[in-house]
Design a protein around this ligand. Structure first.
Ligand code: SAM
Length: 291
């Protein structure tokens, strides 16, 4: 009888047949729970006219569920040993193309233009390799790709940081960077037991809805993110302290004090209490003041 790739007995057969051994250094924790895969695939909301870009195919467990729903799936896998396995496991899905490439080096814009031009909406999905979760998410967000959303399985702790609001313990520069490009929401918390091998930490499925416009006016994005990062260098320190030591030159203290006063942002506040709009105002005003 036909069984999905993620059914534990089928996964085991595939791994044994090919003598596959997991590489921890590549974040290889494969999903062996079809319900969780359905949850991820459903959250992408892709239908028969849509395209998906997948990060990290593994043996194709998620790829298969995406291929059943979408028009086309373009999936990336860095580990050469998995390519012949994927050729076999994904043979029933002619709408899938496997790219043997590091996702961080892929030209996704070109891929979309060439391979997904005849699809309606495009989503990104993946059970991400945990060693490189944040660089993958940020590089895909920063590219401003013409995609609708991204649905990713990541460490719960990173999902918490990405979706945190001002004032919370997990709110920081990653929350602001991600929320500048997208609107995050946690879809589900996932136990360790649905992976082989089991990771040490709990996971979460996070959905990021791409914004069409940034949520606030930022005059210079590079400087805006510099101000944000500088404000969180030492979380327990005040904004004044962090900005003085990590952003401005020694002779710009007076300008900083004046800008903070004019914007009504108390220098004694901590970075973790500032909203994205306040960071935007602060960075814009610092630019106007010549910092
Ligand atoms: N999608 C499969 C699943 O859910 O069972 C595998 C997920 S596993 C957590 C992550 C996969 O990403 C591994 O197969 C790993 O080899 C691959 N990978 C790791 N780093 C990568 C990178 N930079 N680019 C593309 N794939 C990568």
């Amino acid at each position: 009888m036909y069984r999905d790739i993620a059914v534990p007995s089928r996964t085991k057969e595939i791994l044994t047949k090919h003598g596959f051994s997991f590489k921890k250094s590549l974040g290889q924790n494969f999903l062996v729970d079809v319900n969780v895969l359905h949850q991820i695939a459903e959250a992408t909301a892709v239908g028969p006219e849509d395209g998906v870009i997948e990060v990290g195919a593994g043996i194709g467990a998620l790829t298969e569920q995406l291929a059943k729903r979408a028009k086309r799936v373009e999936t990336f896998e860095i580990d050469r040993r998995l390519i012949p396995i994927l050729e076999e496991t994904l043979a029933p899905y002619p709408n899938v193309t496997v790219h043997h490439q590091d996702i961080l080096e892929a030209n996704i814009e070109q891929l979309i233009q060439e391979k997904l031009k005849d699809t309606n909406d495009i989503a990104i999905a993946g059970n991400l390799p945990y060693y490189v979760t944040t660089p993958i998410i940020m590089s895909l967000l920063e590219k401003r790709l013409p995609v609708k959303r991204m649905v990713v399985m990541i460490q719960k702790e990173v999902a918490d940081r990405i979706s945190a609001s001002p004032g919370s313990k997990t709110y920081g520069s990653l929350s602001i960077a991600a929320q500048y490009y997208a609107v995050p929401s946690k879809v589900a918390i996932i136990p360790k037991t649905v992976f082989v091998p089991r990771p040490k930490v709990d996971s979460a499925v996070l959905r990021l809805e791409w914004r069409e416009e940034p949520p606030c006016y930022v005059k210079n994005e590079t400087f805006f993110f510099q101000v944000v990062r500088a404000s969180f260098v030492q979380r327990r320190k005040t904004l004044w302290n962090n900005l003085q030591h990590n952003l401005i030159e020694k002779d710009q203290k007076e300008t900083l004090a004046r800008v903070l006063e004019n914007t009504g942002i108390d220098p004694q506040r901590r970075g973790e209490t500032l909203s994205m709009e306040e960071f935007a105002t602060l960075s814009n005003e610092l630019i106007y003041a010549g910092v």
